[in-house]
Write a protein that binds this ligand. Sequence first.
Ligand SMILES: Cc1cc2nc3c(=O)[nH]c(=O)nc-3n(C[C@H](O)[C@H](O)[C@H](O)COP(=O)(O)OP(=O)(O)OC[C@H]3O[C@@H](n4cnc5c(N)ncnc54)[C@H](O)[C@@H]3O)c2cc1C
Length: 463
Amino acid sequence: MVASSPSRLFAEISTAERPEGARVVMRRAVVLGASMAGLLAARVLSDHADEVLVIERDTTESGGDPRPGVPQGSQVHGLLPAGQIQLDRWFPGFSEEAVAAGVMIADHDSARIHLNGVLRPSAPPLGGGGALVSTRPFLETLIRRRTLAIGNVTLVTGQAKGIELSATRVTGVRYTPTGSDEAVTEAADLVVDGMGRSSKLGDWLERAGWPAPELKRMPIKLNYATALFRRDPEISDASVVVAQTTAGKGRVARMGGINAVEGDRWIMLIAGYGADRPSRDLDDFKARCRRDFPRVFGEIAERAEPLGEVITYHQADSRRREFHRLSRLPGGLVAAGDAVASFNPVYGQGMTSAMLHASCLSAHLRSGASPAEPARGYFDRVRVVVDAAWQISTQADLELPHVDGPYPKGYRITSWLGELLFTASMKDRELNARLNSVTTMVQHPLSLARPSTLLRAVRALAR
Ligand SMILES: Cc1cc2nc3c(=O)[nH]c(=O)nc-3n(C[C@H](O)[C@H](O)[C@H](O)COP(=O)(O)OP(=O)(O)OC[C@H]3O[C@@H](n4cnc5c(N)ncnc54)[C@H](O)[C@@H]3O)c2cc1C
């Protein structure tokens, strides 16, 4: 058990400082999945293992295009400031390289955020960082390139089929290499599940006589539609625009986004819930942009040249797997990224969470924990990251008319406080910056519960 308050642990995990004191404590680590969680875990493990083997089922490097193993990859993605901080921490100079390659760093000045039709005042999150804006495959390609340039990291393609276990711990991984019919076994001192939200790790554990982590879900019934357009300064100078409406008083909960991305393009998203479901039809996309979102959405959708088709995506629920509650957990096994928790994507927390999980792995191994033991210290830290993201996203989702729980303890009071802070942040720049620090995952939500913050909110509202 890691003995520290959630806020303090979160501050340690989300630090920008380069990790010191890494020791090689294992011969070989095997990482399943070469997406955000797997690549960052491989980077961390390259400091602690003689050899890191990454197994990925997709045979093609994305090369900037969406790939089948990450079906959400064609939808709008942005990396929150806390994620940018972690990328620069693990890959020094990453942001500069990314910008040189075509990624944009959106800060409070370049991003326009509309809430219920009102433009939010701008304020930088305390603690720094900007959002990295590009298509998701483009960002992944840059991370993958840096990870695979590390001398002791190797990637093979194939489908992971299961884990090998002794009486106390994981000893290896079974996988079928691409182009072969026969599964092979790779020995491992530590295995990382980075296989995303549909990971089968729980089934594998149960089949071997170990308990599977409980899966908690919150049904959200979210519908996304994304389209690419050629950027044209004569139509708009928009670089990052977010427009959100919350349910209530004749309003329907919706979300729209415009990002200027590499290749001189705009990627545009419109999203609704339940029966409010944008289709793949471009005319429907245009009509919704014009009808439901600020003017710039309609301008771009109707006047800019469409590049490719409208692509839709449905996410039924937010979900988390409660590894930290397992009564029995084999040694040498960790899970990261969406394999642990996947949230309503409108809050943009997924990739950043995966990066913070890598930081948890580093902190766990640097604390002197043996890879042979159950990684309790790792999952205690991951829980802090998941709780923080879950609280922010589910608190807002519980306001949706079609979402009816589960309600956490103290929901009414946290909901009331959230509303108070939010309304006050529209009037007070400092409060806005504090709120941004939490929604961008730079700081823990408890940082907003300080008496000084609440007092400031009350004063701002009284003015
Ligand atoms: C519509 C939508 C929009 C989103 N927008 C954002 C956003 O703006 N910002 C943000 O931060 N996040 C966003 N997310 C969330 C983000 O996509 C995920 O959180 C993130 O990709 C998780 O990374 P991961 O590595 O854990 O899992 P994934 O990206 O799902 O990758 C899993 C990997 O494991 C591989 N794999 C799976 N099974 C096997 C197997 N048996 N053997 C070998 N390999 C296997 C897959 O091929 C894949 O490479 C969004 C999600 C959705 C659905």
